[in-house]
Design a protein around this ligand. Structure first.
Ligand code: 5GP
Length: 181
C-alpha cells in the first residue's frame, strides 16, 4: 500500500480553479485560430496528469474534435523527473496528414515533450502539430524545447492538483498547489 506522507492542510494554493478555467478558454481561442477552419483536430491526452486540463480545454474548442489517449510515466513516486520515461501506452490511430494537438499538464525538464514531438513527427507525420501545456517550469529545463502554447509559467517547485499527483494522490484537487518546505 502506498503511504501518503503529506497533509492536505499544509498545501498552499498556487493557481485557483477560476484562473485555470479562464486560461483554458483563452487557450482554446488560440487553438481554434491556429488550426484550419472546418477541419477535425485530434486532441491527444497525455495520461494521467493532463486528464483534467484536457477535459476543461476540450469544452471550449470550437473545431470538430476526436479524443485520443496515450500514457507515459516519468516521475514514479518521486518529486524529481527520473529521466527514465516509460511509454506505457502509445496506441493511436493513423494520424498522417491530420491536425494534432498534444495536451500536457506540465513541462519540466522538457524530456517528455521532446520524446512526444519527435515520436509524432517520425511515426505520424501530422499536417499540423501543436503542443499545449497547462504549466511551464522554464527554469527546470534540461533541453532546448518550448511548448507552442502554455497556461502559466511557474517556479521550480513540485506542484499537485488538477490532474498532477504526488504518489498517485491529489489529482482530484480543482486547483494547483504545493507543499512549502
Ligand atoms: P519532463 O519530462 O518535462 O521533465 O516532465 C514531464 C512530466 O513530469 C509531466 O507530464 C508530469 O507528469 C511530471 N511532472 C513534472 N513536474 C511536475 C510537478 O511539479 N508535479 C507533478 N505532480 N508532476 C510533475
Amino acid at each position: 500500500m502506498i503511504e501518503l506522507d503529506k497533509d492536505i492542510n499544509d498545501l498552499k494554493i498556487l493557481i485557483s480553479e477560476q484562473q485555470i478555467q479562464e486560461k483554458a478558454k483563452e487557450l482554446a481561442l488560440k487553438i481554434d485560430s491556429v488550426f484550419p477552419q472546418n477541419e477535425t483536430v485530434y486532441l491527444i491526452c497525455v495520461l494521467k496528469g493532463s486528464v483534467m486540463f484536457f477535459t476543461e480545454l476540450s469544452k471550449h474548442i470550437k473545431h470538430n474534435i476526436q479524443m485520443e489517449f496515450i500514457r507515459i510515466s516519468s516521475y514514479g513516486h518521486e518529486t524529481k523527473s527520473s529521466q527514465n520515461m516509460q511509454a506505457i501506452d502509445l496506441t493511436l490511430p493513423n494520424l498522417n496528414d491530420k491536425n494534432v494537438l498534444i495536451v500536457e499538464d506540465i513541462i519540466d525538464t522538457g524530456l517528455t515533450a521532446r520524446f512526444l514531438t519527435d515520436m509524432f513527427k517520425i511515426k505520424h507525420q501530422p499536417k499540423k502539430l501543436i503542443f499545449v501545456s497547462l504549466l511551464n517550469k522554464k527554469c527546470a529545463r534540461q533541453i532546448d524545447i518550448e511548448p507552442d502554447l502554455y497556461g502559466f509559467e511557474i517556479d521550480d517547485k513540485f506542484v499537485v492538483g488538477y490532474g498532477l499527483d504526488y504518489k498517485g494522490f491529489f489529482r482530484n484537487l480543482p486547483y494547483i498547489g504545493y507543499f512549502p518546505n
